[in-house]
Ligand binder design. Structure first.
Ligand code: SF4
Length: 452
């Protein structure tokens, strides 16, 4: 692949957006491994040829085609798509036709750089004449990640529901792994088991997702939980409980965070990471909240057209949120009757925590809203330590750190900020080990509230 740098700004609007996926290969980057695979399986159930791309194999390419000022997830995903296309070109030769692919890169509005990844990657892809024809399929937080337009209109709602459900069950499978791995009877048992279970769930979503036969999927999940529980060695005593918050990509992408959860486990932790569904709920909640504010404002000014507009949004986003919370509760209720997995935070509760303590505000937006309030929830839940994980220089996570550090000092709960880029930091493991020593002291003094 030969690159030539000419920026065609029209391409940023024409070739980035929502495109119909019929007869296309939908390329999904890996963030949470389980999450990406279950989403792809759900799309396949709807007749879309969805594929999860390998990750980090193209990191050198990602670094070559970024300047170093971009966030680390942007470097990784740039490398992932370039590497995938390069390999496809080698594999298919003359038959290689990127026009048949849609590369998935969502975006968010607000003050940080996530809204620009797909624009930047468009410029990079356009710099290779043979890659100009690949489209970037982008969903946005502006409409709560609506899937309208990417499949037939009458199926878009069902696809969104099934995809959301796949995200919830991927969170649950991840939580099962973090629950059983610190107490496994033999090293490696939990990882092998979860890998197998991921494939079982992929089959379930492919088979039942399109018909929204969620009970059948939950039946399978129950079987997995029962089998997974048997991996726990009852003779291993309870360990300090550590909560993770932070930037969504870094905290869920195992290679990007240099397998942080495993390192914490190595030094004696049981870990719970914030979920991905929480972010989806947050986007629906935030749009709902904005619509309510807009409606009140229009009411004061008696602007009927605008009132109607906001009312429609209140009903739409309020409905999405209600549905999501209903499905999430349904899934957690079933699995929690079998094992004590951590439930997800309710976004309205997180909003109330910020208001009550006047720590931050949803008006500012970003993941800092979730991380700051999530940390307070962990503290109230009797966790023995909290880790904030993020890409080097990440804006929302730096805000989180500035607000939370003094608070954790006051509460006397061990707290660690840990940022990552592609470099290896020799002092990192020492910092984690020291943090775990403090967490263990906290655990000895206060115990922990959750069961194994
Ligand atoms: S959340 Fe952080 S890493 Fe992600 S785009 Fe924003 S600044 Fe970059």
């Amino acid at each position: 692949m030969e690159s030539e740098r000419v920026v065609d700004f029209q391409s940023l609007t024409e070739n980035v957006g929502r495109f119909n996926l019929r007869n296309k290969t939908f390329l999904i980057p890996q963030m949470s491994k389980i999450g990406s695979h279950l989403i792809a399986a759900t799309f396949r159930g709807f007749g879309v040829n969805a594929k999860v791309m390998d990750t980090c194999k193209g990191l050198d390419l990602g670094k070559e085609y970024t300047s170093g000022k971009e966030c680390y997830p942007c470097q990784i995903t740039t490398g992932d798509i370039l590497y995938f296309l390069k390999k496809e070109e080698e594999r298919l030769g003359e038959d290689f036709n990127p026009k048949n692919c849609v590369y998935f890169m969502p975006e968010s509005d607000g003050p940080c750089r996530f809204g620009m990844y797909n624009k930047y990657q468009r410029i990079v892809l356009d710099s290779f004449p043979e890659l100009k024809s690949i489209k970037i399929g982008s969903l946005t937080t502006k409409d709560g990640y609506s899937l309208a337009g990417i499949v037939e209109k009458e199926r878009a709602g069902d696809l969104r529901k099934a995809t959301y459900f796949s995200i919830v069950l991927a969170d649950i499978l991840d939580r099962l792994l973090w629950k059983i791995r610190p107490y496994e009877k033999e090293p490696g048992m939990a990882d092998d088991f979860i890998e197998r279970s991921m494939h079982v769930m992929e089959d379930s979503f492919e088979k039942y997702g399109a018909n929204k036969d969620f009970d059948k999927i939950l039946d399978k999940m129950e079987e997995i939980i029962k089998e997974g529980k048997a991996i726990i060695d009852p003779n291993i005593p309870a360990k300090p409980l550590i909560g993770i918050v932070g930037e969504i990509y870094l905290r869920t992408h195992v290679q990007a965070n240099q397998d942080l959860i495993r390192v914490l486990e190595k030094y004696g932790a049981e870990v719970i990471n914030a979920s991905i569904a929480e972010w989806i709920n947050y986007t629906a909640y935030d749009r709902f909240r904005e619509a309510k504010i807009g409606f009140r404002f229009s009411l004061k000014q008696l602007r009927l057209g605008s009132m109607r507009y906001y009312l429609k949004r209140i009903i739409g986003f309020g409905g999405d949120l209600l549905y999501q919370e209903f499905r999430q509760n349904q899934a957690y209720k079933r699995v929690r009757s079998l094992i004590d997995l951590a439930e997800d935070h309710k976004v309205a509760d997180l909003d109330n925590i910020l208001k009550e303590k006047d720590l931050f505000c949803f008006d500012v937006g970003t993941e800092a809203c979730l991380s700051i309030a999530g940390i307070v929830e962990y503290a109230r839940g009797g966790y023995n330590g909290v880790v904030n994980v993020y890409p080097f220089n990440c804006m929302p996570s730096t805000i989180t750190s500035a607000i939370v550090k003094p608070l954790m000092n006051e509460l006397r709960i061990p707290y660690l900020d840990t940022s990552y880029d592609s470099s290896f930091q020799p002092g990192k493991e020492t910092a984690i080990r020291t943090f775990m020593y403090q967490a263990y002291q906290h655990f000895k003094r206060n115990g922990r509230k959750r069961q194994i």
